[in-house]
Design a protein around this ligand. Structure first.
Ligand code: NAD
Ligand code: UD1
Length: 336
């Protein structure tokens, strides 16, 4: 079985590629390396002892992507490629809409042309906006607050319409909560450009001494300790969720939507404490103003994925902190 992995050099795509290869799938990776490094591909090969084809291609380039479909008999696609920084999406909305939406349209058009009708898509809990209550289940109202989130919601709608137009498609929309951690080997992990936007890579860089202290964005949220609460999920659990989703759509046509989270919420302060406990490293912090657009509390009801896919996150918060730290100390400058 041959699976095309778009964005396979990225953080979640690389971990999912490892799981696919370990399960015996053949993969073809397409990535333009706009937010990743070519080195990750050899790490994937090293971890799995398997080889695969890589195309350095921008999804917006239809001609080049056509070549990938022409040269390979593809059975299904896992589509990670996209731009993902919320703040940047507010500054560069056209770039985000063009890259994420046009990229997906080009991909789907070629899939249709070549009769490849199996697609797993990376959506995000961001499509729930500021939810009225928690835990969040898949039937909650959808609403976005920034261009990045809007691209995810629009792509979900496009894929739903595609399924309505042709019930031979099998499409799985996976709404990720907050992926953190790394492969337990410490060989692949998250490698953000510049100063990290997200909490966990910021914490690991403070612990390493690359950054002075963590700024906690607000302690007056309506949560148990005033700091923001999120549903952090180990990236390997998340990757394994993709294989379950893929199995289901390869079996028969359907359109599915699943939350991939643990169902547990941790505050920023909980994360600092857990990280210190898991690693023995101290994380200095200071409380600063809220970050615009942040919400109080967000965690999943992941029971639908357990019921229908037989998938459940297995790794706990200590595993996530330990694995994130192992990746960081073994690769202080990421893949460089
Ligand atoms: P990432 O940036 O590490 O990986 C995305 C990859 O896609 C990168 O390697 C990048 O070079 C590539 N890419 C981007 N645009 C491309 C294009 N036009 N053509 C070819 N390649 C392109 O991000 P990630 O964290 O691995 O996220 C993967 C997917 O999951 C994204 O779609 C993201 O929006 C979504 N997602 C991520 C998170 C998260 O917290 N990491 C949460 C929810 C959803
Ligand atoms: C961010 C994105 C969201 C995306 C999600 C998963 C924003 C506004 N939202 O969510 O669209 O789906 O990542 O990748 O960027 N925090 C600090 N200090 C820091 C960094 C974060 O206190 O230096 C706090 C935040 O206020 C939040 C929590 O830590 O309460 C998690 O933040 P982050 O890792 O950026 O994820 P989200 O904001 O949940």
């Amino acid at each position: 079985m041959k699976i095309l992995v778009t964005g396979g050099a990225g953080y979640i795509g690389s971990h999912t590629s490892v799981e696919l290869l370990n399960k015996g799938y053949e993969i073809i990776v397409v990535d333009n390396l706009s937010n990743s490094k070519v080195e990750v591909l050899d790490r994937i090969r090293e971890l799995t002892n398997r080889d695969f084809k890589f195309y350095r291609i921008n999804l917006l380039n239809r001609g080049e992507l056509d070549r990938v479909f022409k040269e390979n008999k593809i059975d299904g696609v896992i589509h990670f490629a996209g731009l993902k920084a919320v703040g940047e999406s507010v500054e560069k909305p056209l770039e985000y809409y063009h890259n994420n939406i046009t990229g997906t349209l080009v991909l789907c058009d070629l899939m249709k042309e070549y009769g490849v009708k199996r697609l797993v898509f990376s959506s995000s809990a961001t499509v729930y906006g500021n939810p009225e209550r928690v835990p969040i289940s898949e039937d909650f109202p959808l609403n976005t607050t920034n261009p990045y989130g809007s691209t995810k919601l629009m792509i979900e709608r496009i894929l739903e319409d595609l399924y309505i137009s042709d019930r031979e498609w099998g499409i799985s929309l996976l709404r990720y909560f907050n992926p953190i951690g790394a492969h337990q080997s410490g060989r692949i992990g998250e490698d953000p450009n510049g100063i990290p936007n997200n909490l966990m890579p910021f914490i690991t860089q403070v612990a390493l001494g690359k950054l002075k202290r963590l700024s906690i964005f607000g302690n007056d949220y309506n949560t148990h300790d005033g700091t923001g609460v999120r549903d952090y999920i180990h990236v390997v659990d998340l990757a394994q969720g993709h294989l379950k989703a893929l199995d289901k759509i390869l079996e028969k046509p359907t359109l599915d939507i699943y939350n991939l989270g643990t169902g547990e919420g941790y505050s920023v302060l909980d994360m600092v404490v857990n990280f210190e406990k898991a690693t023995g490293k101290k994380v200095d912090y200071t409380i600063v103003d809220r970050r615009p657009g942040d919400i109080d509390i967000c965690y999943a009801d992941p029971s639908k994925a357990e019921r229908e896919l037989g998938w459940k996150a297995r790794r706990d918060i200590q595993d996530m902190c330990r694995d994130a730290w192992r990746w960081q100390i073994n690769n202080p400058n990421g893949y460089e």
